[in-house]
Design a protein around this ligand. Structure first.
Ligand SMILES: NC(=O)c1ccc[n+]([C@@H]2O[C@H](COP(=O)([O-])OP(=O)(O)OC[C@H]3O[C@@H](n4cnc5c(N)ncnc54)[C@H](OP(=O)(O)O)[C@@H]3O)[C@@H](O)[C@H]2O)c1
Length: 247
């Protein structure tokens, strides 16, 4: 993936990892469009920056995705990089029959959202030079955290879906998976100061160094996530599941 001269769309670009990706790619000489449900954090992200734009988008809403895709391509015809970063993470208690609204919303946002947005932009992207899609999964795609079962499942699905997309779009669109470890953001309440989670700035420094490698790694894996990413291969999967369960 080229690291400058792109026009990039980043969902969830108003906070956390998405906001940092947006600002850092913009600083490298990319036009960046940030999208999310709330305009206020998006406006804060782009404030005072050149070549940054904010657009409202709710990835839970299929009709909104279709309308948004048409608008973003009309306004930014050189769009060539999509970063599917928006996501939610909810705790779920599976020990009794319960309302599964959290599970349903998690699947719609984290899995159907990227599938629908990618689909809506595919015809455009395949005709763009240096086209790329970055899908944000998680270390929890590889070892589940038992308290967030549907979240883990959506991330495992995104990992698998990304591999299929990579094969089908070979030669037309480069597919990159970004699998973060636990990072200090507001993904869950209180997480931005939680001990043991990686400071956002440290995470982003490592991530941007990996993005600068040529060719870009298929999976952007910082050191901290490798314990989870390679747990099965390295024979410590059960130990990792147990370790996460105690967190
Ligand atoms: N932080 C971690 O420890 C960690 C670890 C592994 C993976 N990840 C992944 O990294 C990605 C970014 O998370 P983060 O940690 O940076 O948390 P975050 O700050 O909460 O970012 C999530 C972003 O997604 C947006 N979003 C949520 N629902 C949306 C919807 N329906 N439509 C459009 N945008 C939506 C939010 O903006 P609005 O609320 O304004 O819509 C927000 O800006 C997520 O996919 C997450 O699963 C994070």
């Amino acid at each position: 993936m080229k690291t400058s001269g792109n026009t990039m769309l980043i969902t969830g670009g108003g906070s956390g990892i998405g906001r940092e990706l947006a600002l850092r790619f913009n600083a490298l000489g990319n036009t960046v469009i940030v999208a999310g449900r709330r305009m206020e954090p998006l406006e804060e992200t782009i404030a005072g920056q050149h070549d940054m734009h904010a657009m409202a988008l709710d990835v839970e809403d299929p009709t909104a995705i279709t309308t948004f895709a048409e608008r973003v391509v009309a306004e930014h015809s050189r769009l060539n990089v999509l970063i599917n970063n928006a996501g939610i993470m909810r705790r779920e208690d599976l020990t009794s029959t319960h309302d599964i609204i959290d599970a349903e919303q998690t699947i719609v946002t984290n899995l159907l959202g990227p599938i629908r947005l990618t689909n809506a932009l595919t015809d455009h992207l395949v005709n763009q030079p240096y086209a790329a899609i970055v899908n944000v999964s998680s270390g929890l795609a590889f070892v589940p955290l038992s308290g967030t079962p549907t979240y883990n499942a959506t991330k495992a699905a995104i990992h698998s879906y990304t591999i299929s997309l990579r094969e089908q779009l070979k030669g037309k669109v480069e597919l990159i998976e970004l699998a973060p470890p636990a990072v200090q953001t507001e993904l869950t309440p209180g997480q931005s100061t939680r001990e043991g989670y990686m400071p956002l700035n440290d995470y982003m420094e490592e991530v941007m160094t990996l993005f600068q490698k040529q060719p870009t790694p298929k999976e952007i894996l910082v050191e901290n996530v490798k314990f989870l990413r390679w747990a099965e291969r390295d024979g410590h999967f059960d130990q990792a599941v147990e370790m996460l369960s105690k967190m």
